[in-house]
Design a protein around this ligand. Sequence first.
Ligand SMILES: N[C@@H](CCC[C@H](N)C(=O)O)C(=O)O
Length: 321
Amino acid sequence: MTDFLAEAPSSAAPRPSDSAGLSFTKGHGTGNDFILTLDPEGAAPTDASFVAALCDRNRGLGADGYIRAVRSAALPEGRALLQTDPEAEWFMDYRNGDGSVSEMCGNGVRVFAHFLLAKRVAALPDGGALAIGTRAGVKRVTRSGNGYAVDMGPWEFIFPDAAVARGMDALVGIGGLDVDRPALSISMGNPHTVVALAEHAELDRTELYRAPAVRPVPPAGTNVELVVPSDPLVGDDGVGRLRMRVHERGVGETQSCGTGACAAAAATRYWAGEGAPAQWLVSVPGGVVGVTFFDGPEGREHVQLSGPAVLVADGVLLPTG
Ligand SMILES: N[C@@H](CCC[C@H](N)C(=O)O)C(=O)O
């Protein structure tokens, strides 16, 4: 049994208050991995030191993020959503591996839906959608192939004036590349800075264990996506293709980032201009996710993310120290 809790600073590492321990499930979406806990009343620990110790790959269980499944009614953010969307019974309370809170996680929300269904606390009727509360609003998840598709809502420029005037709004210094690269800052509810590189060799030699130096940094920090559009960009099937690596805010380089894939496709589509496809496949180190742009019900363009969701193991975290 792990004793990592004993290594976290004692003042900052809340123990599971329940003597039965903290039940958790390990899951991933294209290698972006999470520790999930079913926490209907919102009582499980969220202290940043606890989360960082839990997610530590050498001294903890190891994960890119920690997700509590809390009833929306048990959290102020959730109660606010319930006023307009009473279907969103469950709230995805997402934290990065360093313990910081994020507004949204695209791979996480698919894994979250799969987790709720596996725990039989939610149901997804054939052809129906599961509404999930997040800090970036309510997301609707449906089944798609062997995985799930999520209506991620509209994408937005973070610095609209510069983005529209120049097609870029930031410069990014990246380890392993000698010259700063132009970038476009895009919000998927959480912030992203997308850099296009010309060649696969460049993408391969970038050092993403260090955070890229972004100027200007969006107000709440940013996730950085490096993309190489395929050549030709659009295949005979009318689908656009990209290869992507990502350095996530609050984590480091990860195998995949769903919101990052959406932002990367949105930026590349914007750069490609009129006639660019609505459907994209984004290859990440951990697999492939699909991104589709469509007209949302309120007349704004929405982004749909699709991909797999895998649950790996259940466990119980017992205090040992
Ligand atoms: N991997 C996630 C994004 C997780 C949050 C991100 N690190 C942030 O701080 O915004 C995804 O699949 O979208």
